[in-house]
Design a protein around this ligand. Structure first.
Ligand code: F6R
Length: 240
């Protein structure tokens, strides 16, 4: 796996944004999947700037949400949907049919998984996916021990993920399950960007690089595919 180290978070986000822009400029109707969470927020801003400056045209691009907390929707501050919409989709003025995102409020999660799997079958494989790394090495909501055979599925969230989740919400939320693309779909993407920033990610980044690929640390599985790159800033690279 190629590793790219940027001096700081803004430059890391620029580097990841350039990767996405390159993908869309090569294939304007590309299918792009980007995680929610804190890590990609600067990438969203860089991509919005790039569009406003005419460096990229997202008018034919398809966007896919990576995951969602089950039980939360767009009006819940800190849901994946709310974060991605607020920081990215709303600023690009996309058409509704350009976006596929899990509905965390669905009454039928299995049907929701089938709907998103169907969308990926129609528009996929994913041309470019930008992943964050959980403190426990999860990618999407594929927690330690996740199956390599999974497509979209419902997950019982790891205790670490539940504990970390409080940082997203302004009021306490009980998030015990998530809905996510599975490892099978993620690892089939044509271009995989694994991204991490800050000193708090240094230990899991070092494990991702140095630990043999294992389902116990899902981020290590990204190393098993040739089309993957790790993008980190100096702080996240500190233990490498
Ligand atoms: C969120 C997601 C998660 C996060 C990961 C890192 O949509 O897929 O895997 O990418 O938990 O979260 P942050 O970026 O908040 O550190």
């Amino acid at each position: 796996m190629k590793t790219l180290i940027s001096p700081d978070y803004p430059q890391l986000c620029q580097a990841v944004a350039q990767n996405v822009i390159h993908c869309v400029n090569a294939k304007p109707d590309a299918l792009i999947c980007i995680a929610g969470g804190d890590t990609p927020l600067g990438v969203f801003a860089a991509l919005v700037d790039a569009q406003n400056q005419g460096q990229v045209d997202f008018s034919r691009t398809q966007f896919l949400g990576l995951d969602e907390w089950l039980g939360l929707g767009q009006s819940d501050k800190g849901s994946c949907r709310e974060m991605v919409w607020h920081h990215f989709f709303d600023k690009l003025t996309l058409r509704e049919e350009q976006i596929c995102f899990f509905d965390g409020l669905t009454a039928n999660p299995q049907a929701e998984c089938q709907r998103v799997d169907g969308y990926i079958e129609q528009h996929g494989p994913i041309d470019c996916i930008v992943l964050g790394i959980g403190m426990n090495g999860h990618i999407g909501f594929n927690e330690p021990g996740a199956s390599l055979d999974n497509t979209c599925h419902v997950i019982d969230l790891d205790e670490v993920t539940q504990a970390v989740s409080v940082k997203y919400f302004d009021t306490p939320r009980e998030v015990k399950q998530g809905i996510s693309l599975g490892l099978k779909t993620i690892l089939a993407a044509k271009n995989i960007v694994l991204m991490a920033s800050g000193e708090k990610k240094a230990a899991i980044v070092a494990q991702t690089v140095n630990h043999p690929a294992s389902r116990d640390i899902p981020s290590t599985l990204v190393k098993t595919v040739p089309q993957a790159s790790l993008y980190v800033d100096n702080a996240a690279a500190r233990a490498l």
